[in-house]
Design a protein around this ligand. Structure first.
Ligand code: ZN
Length: 515
């Protein structure tokens, strides 16, 4: 255990130019290397159960943005991790006869494994139980807020839902029950520390309206502003050890930190807040923080308020994604429709699963997952679409030699430019699904071009060069979405010494055997 902690605490190595996951084509494109940094975070999922395809969505979305930033030559730091404290984990661990720490050790391994399952290029994985790496940052943040006079003691008497792990108000209840868990909350009375959230309402509001803290999509931004305008109350910032024994203890008290300071602080603790100021200053503020719609209020209100109180800059951009449903239903253990990313990736390949999540689910909204729809996407878009497009071109062009930088004919050049512009725009809007569509429109154009020019009849080198240029472009644009596939295409294009000598390729997306 000592060893692992030491390993985790080792110096953070940023991924940038050196990153091996950036395709050849990506490297070649970015001649002018800017020193711009790009720090991107996912939220840290609660480690009370193994990850399901809903979790996969956020990991994959963040990964695409990180890979795209690397392609653009930015110095990228991509952070993810797990939230491991709290009442719920304590109870689940006890039910399975494990110590809480042993329980989260197991669960966090499963989240960490998504790196392989989904080809996630994260640079660091933070665990909130990590005393060396995470706790110093959580303590420092708590201390700064205290110094500001923003932490005070108060008797708290409230209705607590164990499922939600939070206090609910009468307003939140339906028929006396938590509407999410259909259970009556417990009445808890204890002395807690509170954070003066109310003091920061107008500052947070103006950060959002001025665009200093950008919130995408717009509908979510409006929702947050409306929520602030209803008035913000101070929030309970600690719990007594008696009621929650599993958390970061507040020194000199009988309290542990509540989720706000314990979990939200991961975004700064991981990069060195409270232990490595130089590294912290290098990376903070984050360029992009990606979170789900269920927790975006905390990230758009509590988190900025805490940062302002601590005298720290705000993240630049908050992206809010929706949820994955399974056959139209919420993913839930009690419904029994939990699908693991491993299962889906095993059946169809990890690039196909990535493709599905990125294309079928609108980035900023909800979308549905089913194996049937995944099979259809696989067959229509990947086997018959991208895979066939690559095979056709490589088979026809095999044996010919092209310059690496092909000057293609005007209609092809225009179409490539159009695709590039659309992809860029949709990345900026956090519409990754539209970005993928734009790439597939280029494939469609290319297929029509082949059918129109019939290069198998006249073997026109000029037409083949146009096709190879398009495939090269597709491989480049698709790399953040489907890194493995992109790599295979680039390899088959056989680029050496400024020349391309394409080789034939095995089917990229072979037919899936019916069960
Ligand atoms: Zn609840």
């Amino acid at each position: 255990m000592q060893n692992r902690t030491k390993k985790q605490a080792k110096k953070i190595k940023p991924s940038g130019s050196k990153n091996s996951t950036t395709s050849e084509v990506g490297k070649k494109r970015t001649k002018k290397r800017t020193a711009k940094k790009f720090f991107i975070t996912t939220s840290i999922p609660y480690a009370n159960a193994a990850p399901h395809v809903g979790h996969a969505l956020e990991f994959v979305q963040a990964d695409v943005m990180a890979r795209r930033a690397r392609q653009e030559g930015k110095q990228v730091f991509f952070l993810t991790g797990v939230d491991e404290h709290g009442d719920k984990i304590n109870r689940v661990a006890a039910q399975s006869g494990l110590a809480a720490k042993d329980y989260v050790d197991e669960t966090s391994k499963k989240f960490k494994a998504l790196k392989k399952t989904l080809d996630i290029s994260y640079d660091d994985f933070i665990r909130t139980t990590d005393k060396k790496k995470h706790w110093p940052g959580a303590y420092k943040l708590f201390g700064e807020l205290q110094k500001k006079g923003d932490i005070y003691k108060k008797d708290y008497d409230g209705l607590y839902c164990v499922g939600c792990e939070k206090f609910l108000t009468e307003k939140d209840l339906e028929g006396g029950l938590c509407p999410l868990h259909n259970k009556a909350p417990e009445r808890i009375s204890e002395e807690n520390y509170f954070f003066r959230l109310s003091r920061y309402a107008s500052k947070v509001r103006s950060a959002i309206t001025s665009g200093k803290l950008e919130i995408i999509p717009e509908t979510r931004k409006n929702e947050v502003l409306a929520f602030i305008d209803e008035g913000l109350e101070d929030v309970s910032f600690t719990r007594s050890k008696r009621s929650v024994p599993w958390g970061i203890p507040v020194k000199g008290t009988d309290q542990v930190m509540y989720v706000w300071c314990d979990a939200l602080s991961n975004y700064i603790s991981a990069i060195g807040y409270g232990r490595d100021t130089k590294n912290f200053n290098k990376w903070w503020p984050a360029e992009t923080q990606l979170v789900g719609k269920d927790i975006f209020r905390f990230h758009a209100i509590y988190w900025p308020a805490m940062l302002i109180s601590a005298g720290l800059p705000l993240p630049k951009r908050l992206l809010i994604h929706g949820f994955v449903t399974i056959d139209g239903q919420k993913i839930s253990k009690s419904i029994g429709n939990v699908i693991s990313p491993e299962e889906a990736a095993e059946k169809f390949g990890r690039d196909a699963l990535r493709y599905y999540l990125l294309r079928e689910i609108p980035s900023d909204g909800d979308g549905d997952f089913s194996f049937e729809k995944l099979a259809t996407r696989y067959q229509d878009d990947l086997a018959k679409g991208l895979g066939n497009f690559a095979s056709r071109i490589l088979n026809m062009a095999a044996g010919e030699i092209f310059p690496e930088k092909i000057s293609s004919s005007k209609p092809v050049r225009d179409e490539i430019k159009r695709a590039e512009a659309r992809v860029k725009k949709h990345f900026d809007e956090f519409r990754l699904n539209d970005a993928v569509s734009a790439i597939f429109d280029l494939i469609k154009f290319g297929d029509a071009y082949i059918n129109d020019k019939k290069p198998w009849q006249n073997k026109s080198h000029k037409v083949l060069a146009d096709l190879v240029a398009m495939l090269h472009e597709v491989a480049y644009l698709i790399e953040p979405f489907m890194p493995e596939t992109s790599k295979k295409i680039i390899l088959a294009m056989n680029i050496k010494g400024g020349k391309m000598k394409p080789k034939k390729i095995a089917p990229l997306f072979p037919r899936i055997e019916k069960e």
